[in-house]
Design a protein around this ligand. Structure first.
Ligand code: SF4
Ligand code: SF4
Length: 103
């Protein structure tokens, strides 16, 4: 069973992300993303909204698939900035690899 942390969106602000809750899960980013991979990046953003840190860490390899093309951010109807969100989640994962953040 996944654990959730309702404070995680605030924690993500330390990693440069303050738009997590803007996402309304429409799926446009997953449709436009050239990776066409398991609802990426929408699924990762949903994990972030829920504070499902263990899911983010378990699936962290997916974060490094991103090509930084910007299509998701350009087409997001909520200005949730999904491309930057992916970068912020990478920073979160790296901080936890180094043991410098509390999960
Ligand atoms: S990040 Fe934007 S495009 Fe992607 S699911 Fe959320 S609202 Fe839709
Ligand atoms: S920036 Fe990354 S997540 Fe967004 S559409 Fe491009 S490859 Fe996909």
């Amino acid at each position: 069973m996944a654990l959730v942390d309702p404070e995680f969106t605030e924690e993500l602000e330390r990693f440069g992300v303050d738009t997590t809750l803007e996402c309304f899960n429409c799926g446009t980013c997953a449709a436009i993303c050239p990776l066409i991979y398991e609802h990426f990046p929408r699924k990762m953003i949903r994990y972030a909204q829920l504070g499902a840190k263990d899911r983010i860490l378990e699936n962290s390899d997916d974060l490094w698939r991103c090509l930084h093309c910007g299509l998701c951010t350009h087409t997001c109807p909520r200005e949730a900035n999904p491309g930057e969100l992916i970068l912020g989640l990478r920073r979160f994962v790296i901080a936890n690899w180094r043991g410098t953040a509390n999960v």
